[in-house]
Design a protein around this ligand. Sequence first.
Ligand code: CJB
Length: 825
Amino acid sequence: MATKQKTSVAVPSVNCAEMQQAIIDRLHKGLGTDKNKANNKAWWNATCQAVNELVFEKLTQTHQNHAEKDTRAVNYLSLEFLMGRLLSNNLQNLEVFDVTQQALKALGKDLYEICDEEPDMALGNGGLGRLAACFIDSLATLGYPAIGYGIHYEHGLFKQEFQDGRQIERPDTWREYGNPWEICRPESIQFVPLYGYVETVYEQGKGSRKVWHAGQKLKGVPWDIPIVGYGAKTVNILRLWESRSHEAFDWDVFNAGGYVDAQAEKSKAETVSKVLYPNDSTDAGKELRLIQQYFFCACSVKDILRRFKRANKEDWSLLPEKVAIQLNDTHPTIAIPELMRILIDEEGLEWPEAWEICQKTFAYTNHTLLPEALEKWSVALFEKVLPRHLEIIYEINSQFLTKVVEKKWPGDDAKKSKLSVIEESQPRMVRMANLCVITAYKVNGVAAVHSELVKTDLFPEFHELFPTKLVNVTNGVTPRRWLKACNPGLATLLDETIGDDWVLNLDKLKGILPKATDSDFQQRFMDIKKENKMVMAKIIKEETDVEVSVDAIFDVQIKRLHEYKRQQLNLIHILTLYKRLLEDPDYDMIPRVFLFGAKAAPGYHMAKEIIFALNKIADKVNNDVRIKDKLKVVFLPNYRVSLAEKMFPAADVSEQISTAGLEASGTGNMKFSLNGALTIGTMDGANIEMAEEIGAEHMFIFGLSVEEVKALKAEGYNPYDYYYNNPELKSVLDWLDSDFFTPSHPGLLSDIKRSLLDWGDEYLCLADYESYVNAHQAIDTLYRDQSAWAEKAILNAGAMGKFNSDRSIEDYATKIWNLKKFPIT
Ligand code: CJB
């Protein structure tokens, strides 16, 4: 396809006729079909291929430039990249969305329908995975040399269905029929050893060296996904490793009649990249998960070193100058002993030199304080799967305890046992977070309050030992996907009001603040919201057969289902309103639609019970004519990025109601505000910084603060105190024991009540209930004054400049990576 340069940015651009021709060509020459026979899937595929023609040229150019100049690059290691769909995003970033829309229209096709054909790339669970996706978008947009490394899962996060209100998990088949975005790179295959034993080999005059005799080898096949920066100057890659058997297939065994045996080895090896673990913030505790982690880290480290060696021969002292490796949570920690192993066992470096290189190369991001999320692996498992790595970990630990801890706290065994990488429990465990903090040159939390808690509560002794190591980088989201692409109405209004460069400089959003009281602007802002709500209402009808009015307040909670995120608090508030309406059919309230989207980890009982309860409550509420449509509850199945893109722009109210101190940051909170929703939230995670930017008076802040939570827990929290002191709360909780929501089956929802009373209400829902109900009352009051509501919504969107992943990446680049931009011209 012919390309021409725009004056402002070096975007390969095409006109409508060229784009039409490219799509038709791809239908004919790429897919062997034609425009009369092609279904929408084929049109989608052909459009993606046409886009690739624009992308690949820039990809090659970026790659050549970085290789020639041997630029320092960041390598972002993450077990999760929750990419969602790429077509509309790539069209936006290439700035050819409108032209493609016209081209398809001329061919009788609707671009939005074609985009809807794309399966989500759901290679992540939630916030952590989506953050990685936003970050690689920003890295490319800002022109930083960067590679994302992860796993090419055959099945991403499970598809969620409901059967009689209960979550059923089905496999996700995102690439069953191939994926036009990915390029297989057999020339960069890596081999990964596993199991076996370690031999100490003595060599005359040279001392001893270690040789790991592996019991099994996996083959790692890389698949590259081009990551197009906005303006398409830089196209980086996301490299995902697929596991295959070392030996393709045992031909002799097969011919001798062993059809099944011949396949066995192959399928065992392929299991490693078969599925994404559907856990969020919990330790999977499985051998397979450890092997997954090692597999992708080993492939990635070897790939990084191969590139380094090509440019720098074997001057290993240069490695930290050329390479930064960011560990996204503890999941890729095993990359640390792997780099040590390669440098010492394969490259012949001495321990002190190898250790210094490692300490200057790795940085680690902590995403949670939840104790159950801090990964630990049994020593026995390590010994079996990665025997050489265990030896290296022991040595790192021993040197740390004797040289660092003993020096600071002589003779203090309690300190040693707390800080040790090895937990002397039964069974003995390897603490991955400790290994990260000991090694990394920087450790960051993901929002100011979280980073403080990392210092004071999670790693206080490490903070004493390494006072400059622990830093903060507040999360952000990419405005390309989370505003420009998902909310074209609002994006256009912004273009017209403040110019179109807000996409690259989100601080420009401030420009709408003076318009907050302008009634014409308010009207346009609210009209756009209404249109987005209409789109959502249609989806709700199609998906759940529930009719909702766009005049109602759309009150949305979308995030993973977890008790600390407190969907159950939202639930008891809904029951409160329902009860009020039943007791007084004229109860004065603005109609409210409570929308939920959430997946529960398959083994998380309470999370699944909460989904079931919400679905049962929805059945009852939505069919109760007595309440005259004042209340609707909708739990949309299969929450995912592409559905989120419809829900954020349609929300009036954003529910960010975690127990203070437990949500590290949140990023959904940012997406809602950016799209003009008002937040009901606790002083937790990034909500706190949002309140600083927006002004707490323009949000609905409620509940206990971090300090108050700590104090209440310290004095001894008793949920029954709240239950007996608040008759409305009591009646709502007692309702859950009846068969009102589960006719003829009383008690089916009782576990929710038990968890909030008998099991101690770990997440303090009852303590925050009253202030939550009051905050909702304030929402109802404000919504009655549409102008006042619009003013606050505009003030919210206008204050979101900080929560931009470009800003987060600039913070990483300066505070952690010391990375320079390398714009491709
Ligand atoms: N987070 O999504 C996950 N998974 C984990 O295992 C641990 C944390 C989330 O990471 C996000 C990105 O930093 C945070 O915004 C969110 O608060 C945290 O729960």
